[in-house]
Each structure stands twice: as C-alpha cells, then as structure tokens.
Design a protein around this ligand. Structure first.
Ligand code: FES
Length: 149
C-alpha cells in the first residue's frame, strides 16, 4: 500500500482520487488500507470514513463479480421499478447494497440514469436492460451465470 501511495503527493485533496484507485484495483476499499491512507495524507481515519459514507459509490466490503443496478428514479418507479427490484431480490436472495454469499452478484439502486424513456431499467455490469418486466429477471440472472461457465 505504501508503494502505491508514493505516487501521490500527500495532499488531502487527493483523498477521493486515492480511494477511487483502490476501489478500482480491489473492487472495494479494504478497511486495513485506511490507516496507511490516513498516515500519508496526515488526516484521521474518521475523516476518511466520513468521505466513504458520504459517497455511495465507495464500499468497505467486497462486491460481487456482477453488479446489478436497478433505477428507482421517478420515471422508472411509476413504470414498475419496485416490482423489478422485488423480483431481483427474490431471485438473488439479497437486498440492495448486499452481495450474494457466492460473491457472484451485488445489488444496488440508483436514482435516474438518464434513460427514462427506457424505464424501468436494470443495469447488469454496465449493460442497460430497458422496459424490464419481472418475467425477464430470472432469465437475465441465468444468462449472466452462464457467461461464467
Ligand atoms: S428514472 Fe430511471 S432512467 Fe430516469
């Protein structure tokens, strides 16, 4: 970790950038990295926790290999997003912000991804699936699992 931090000057403004890099590398922010970051930037671990809890994109827990995101913005909501979310929860056995035990899937919600006309939308590993209906959910999960084989 110290080696990775060396490329940063040690300015507090670099915190977000550092956290982004770590998350990209490991898929989450391993809690044991916090003390090194705090030391390097001369800030407290509590300050880092503050940033981590403020920005929803950071996670202190390992995420699943596949990220499922359901848009819960107003346009998607009125078109049935809650039913889509319910079905993903049921099929995967997890709630939003959770990761399945086999570490294959993480479930997240988001507010509007700027494609309201396609709503309701599920995004799996960055791919948009528009006009979702609960009947499509099982198939999408199966397809994603098949890509593993
Ligand atoms: S509300 Fe879902 S894309 Fe806008």
């Amino acid at each position: 970790m110290e080696k990775e931090l060396k490329k940063f000057e040690g300015k507090q403004e670099e915190l977000i950038h550092i956290l982004h890099e770590i998350q990209q590398k490991y898929g989450y922010i391993p809690p044991q990295t916090l003390s090194s970051i705090a030391k390097h930037l001369k800030i407290s671990e509590a300050e880092i926790y503050g940033v981590l809890t403020f920005y929803k994109g950071f996670s202190l827990e390992p995420k699943g290999k596949h990220r499922v995101t359901i848009c819960m913005g107003t346009a998607c909501h009125v078109r049935g997003a809650p039913m889509i979310l319910d079905e993903f929860e049921r099929q995967m056995g997890i709630k939003p912000e959770e990761t399945s035990e086999d570490k294959l899937f993480s479930l997240e919600t988001v507010n509007c991804v700027g494609a309201c006309a396609l709503g309701p939308i599920a995004i799996i590993d960055g791919k948009y699936h528009g006009h979702m209906v609960p009947q499509k959910v099982k198939n999408l999960i199966e397809q994603t699992k098949k890509e593993e084989e």
